[in-house]
Design a protein around this ligand. Structure first.
Ligand code: URA
Length: 245
């Protein structure tokens, strides 16, 4: 098994992160720093990451968390802020978040110890749809909804098709659901800012057809086997991607 996959199925990190660990000289095989990114791990090899021996995990854990505002999705934070891992501390597995949500975004976040699953869900080529409910400032006109649906320039990148559905209009704000197929940094905030309706509140309500539902903020549940299967199946769908300007 290739070293990046070995690290991923050990629950240590996603495959992409595993490549970074190797490039950063943090991986040893049989006591020697590994220099070969494509190394094939043999049965007899002892693999270490940061001095800790790792082995492929057998029981895979998939958690759906309703992330509250004010938590970071990294494993540790340089400013000492609370991390989402603090909310699942009683789960007996080395979990990591699948993708990220901003500090000021709440909602559906998946955590797992299955690096391969995380790799598939976050790979840009799979374009897994993610749905957000946003409160945006001002009135979001039909014309602006059309612009958002067709694609909008968010600074050197034109977003691909999106689904946009106004849920309710207020005098000074609009509640709107948006489904995107990419995961650029702060993409939803940038999209609404680009049409002049900055985001005031943002919550992710679905990934693929797996929904947040009525799970209370800060609470979590296990994904069902069927939800895991559906998410993986959704990863095999192809679509158009955004265009570079
Ligand atoms: N888009 C954003 O702007 N923020 C998030 O947290 C997720 C998507």
């Amino acid at each position: 098994m290739r070293i990046n996959k070995y690290i991923a199925v050990s629950g240590e990190a996603s495959r992409r992160k595993a490549d970074e660990l190797v490039a950063g000289g943090r991986v040893k095989v049989n006591g020697l720093v590994l220099r070969e990114a494509g190394y094939d791990v043999r049965e007899c090899d002892v693999v270490e990451v940061d001095g800790r021996i790792i082995e492929p995990v057998t029981e895979k854990v998939y958690i759906l968390l309703n992330k509250p505002l004010g938590y970071v999705t990294t494993s540790d934070d340089e400013f000492g802020r609370d991390t989402v891992l603090d909310l699942v501390a009683d789960v007996d597995a080395r979990l990591f978040p699948v993708g990220r949500l901003d500090y000021n975004t709440s909602g559906l976040l998946i955590l797992t110890n299955d690096g391969d699953f995380a790799y598939k869900l976050t790979h840009p080529k799979h374009e897994l749809p993610k749905t957000y409910r946003a409160r945006v400032a001002g009135v979001l006109s039909d014309k602006k909804c059309g612009v958002l649906r067709r694609g909008v320039d968010i600074g050197g990148f034109v977003t691909s098709r999106a689904q946009v559905q106004v849920v309710r209009g207020y005098q000074r704000s609009t509640l709107v659901d948006i489904t995107i197929h990419e995961g650029k940094n702060r993409q939803v905030r940038k999209m609404f800012a680009a049409v002049g309706n900055p985001v005031q509140e943002l919550c992710r309500i679905a990934i693929g057809d797996v929904k947040l539902g009525h799970l209370a903020e800060g609470h979590y549940r296990k994904l069902t086997a069927d939800e895991v299967r559906r998410l993986l199946a959704a990863c095999s769908g192809a679509g158009q991607s955004g265009r570079r300007r």
